[in-house]
Design a protein around this ligand. Sequence first.
Ligand code: FE2
Ligand code: FE2
Length: 258
Amino acid sequence: MSNTALLPTPLPQQRVGDLVRERPLLGRVFDGLGIDYCCGGNRTLAGACAAADVPLVTAIGLLSQSDGESLTASEADWSTAYLSALIDHVVDKHHRYLREELPRLAALLPRVIKAHGQQHPELRELEQVFGKLVDELTTHLLKEEQVLFPAVKQLEERRPHESTRQVSPSLSIHLPIGRMEDEHRFVGGALRRIRWLTGDYRPPQDACSTYRVLLAGLHDLEADLHLHIHKENNILFPRAKQLWIEIDTGSIPIEADR
Ligand SMILES: [Fe+2]
Ligand SMILES: [Fe+2]
């Protein structure tokens, strides 16, 4: 009898979304390498490296260096926590961060353009892309908080005799999740464009301190959004879809009304 089923999956064949789910701080390594682990979380490490034009050996070396760090110190194990706890965490930490940070960065941009727009015409496109990102995120957060997240919480907190139809009669959970994933892809594309327009967030030699603060803030925004979208795309959404299927197909028994 073969015992191959007992062998662990080789690192190059592991999915980058799974790697970050198990060790959240690896997201920083992937951010530094320009590897997409949130919308592209289904790719294997080898595939993600090829897409980002990063030598596989370089990525494996950096991931190995991170082995000794306390990689889960600041994060709970969201793969087993209640979905309602994960949702509250996403809203309290990541949505709140965006609501504070987006206006701050939006206020810095015109000041930087006024001082440096002539020498750095790419700042005009940066302002446009950032504006579209803000518009998209503003409605995206509301859709999650007002439609999808309450539906997921209701599903998890449903009374034992309720079916998915009673929890959400007109809507499969898959439809709003698909829409949120589409919007995440838009956000991911905008972040890649911002990274390109800012030369990987490196301040030019003539940058004033406001310019540097703006670039540092955009860099932090990218890191937080990658982690935020990773938690939704690779943990919350698959678990919510699985819960829906289990209830819908009767894997979780529905008790008859008394
Ligand atoms: Fe979110
Ligand atoms: Fe989202």
